[in-house]
Design a protein around this ligand. Structure first.
Ligand SMILES: Nc1ncnc2c1ncn2[C@@H]1O[C@H](COP(=O)(O)OP(=O)(O)OP(=O)(O)O)[C@@H](O)[C@H]1O
Ligand SMILES: [Mg+2]
Length: 252
């Protein structure tokens, strides 16, 4: 088991207003699994990832990574935040190296590793450019590279494709699945997009509106490799109906 979340609760108090965000979240993610989490906007998805990665402390509940109840989760999870957060004054290579730098890897070793990965991430030739000359898809790939280059096995991605046009998004989705299957990582992906969740994941977890709890877990038994044209298959549509019904129904 890579990640176990039990009875997780989190609320915020902001200028005297109390917001209950996560209510009793329970979640298991297995080694090497690709899990997507979908839920209404503002329900607490980013807060959940912040708790898993150690950026926020939950009010109550347990988060175990690889069987250990880890008090200091910071640095144990590769986190790609909702915004790509590339530094405009750093080159593509220096941006990609940031995660390894923070984790204290040697500069020479990191540069060598980054050099080897540039081509695979479709960034060769751009190592010494700044992010301002990159397309949206390329910026995402630099942010992915920064997240995947560190040696964490659990990677959490917060709506990485939200800002991309449909064509680039499909290319990046196929590319992410290739990377996931060849690098043996465990991935938790937050998305608004039901098709994306079904095309990429082994399981899809639907959250309720705020305060979020798990409303439905769907096993996606569709064969791999999955291609975009599968969205019209009967089996795909049946799963999609189940997810949409859970997302839009009011019952908890
Ligand atoms: N640091 C904070 N202080 C106060 N309130 C917060 C804080 N972080 C998040 N919230 C509130 O928690 C709720 C959930 O926010 P969160 O960003 O987790 O939602 P989300 O599901 O990721 O939304 P979206 O789909 O729009 O990205 C929101 O009402 C937000 O205002
Ligand atoms: Mg969010």
């Amino acid at each position: 088991m890579k990640l176990q979340v039990r009875n997780l609760e989190k609320c915020f108090t902001d200028k005297g207003t109390y917001v209950n965000v996560l209510a009793d979240i329970n979640l298991d993610v297995y080694d090497g699994e690709f899990v997507s989490v979908i839920g209404p906007s503002g329900c607490g998805k980013t807060t959940l990832l912040n708790c898993i990665s150690g950026l926020e402390e939950p009010d109550s509940g347990l988060i175990n990574i690889e069987g250990e109840e880890s008090q200091s989760r910071l640095g144990r999870v590769g986190y790609m935040p909702q915004k790509d957060l590339l530094f405009p004054w750093r080159t593509v290579l220096e941006n990609a190296l940031l995660g390894m730098e923070i984790r204290g890897h040697s500069r020479i070793e990191s540069r060598k590793r980054a050099g080897e990965l540039m081509e695979r991430f479709g960034l060769d030739g751009f190592e010494y450019k700044t992010p301002s000359v990159l397309s949206g898809g390329m910026r995402q790939r630099v942010a992915f590279m920064r997240t995947l280059m560190t040696d964490q096995e659990l990677i959490v991605l917060d709506e990485p494709f939200g800002a991309l046009d449909a064509f680039t998004r499909h290319q990046m989705q196929e590319w992410l699945v290739d990377i996931w299957s060849s690098m043996g990582k465990t991935i938790i992906l937050i998305t608004h997009d039901v098709d994306e969740a079904l095309l990429l994941s082994d399981r899809v977890i639907v959250l309720t509106a705020r305060p979020a709890s798990v409303k439905l877990v769907v096993n996606v038994g569709l064969p791999r490799p999955r291609r975009y044209r599968m969205v019209t298959d009967t089996a795909f549509i049946a799963l999609k109906e189940q997810l949409i019904r859970a997302l839009w129904s009011d019952e908890v």
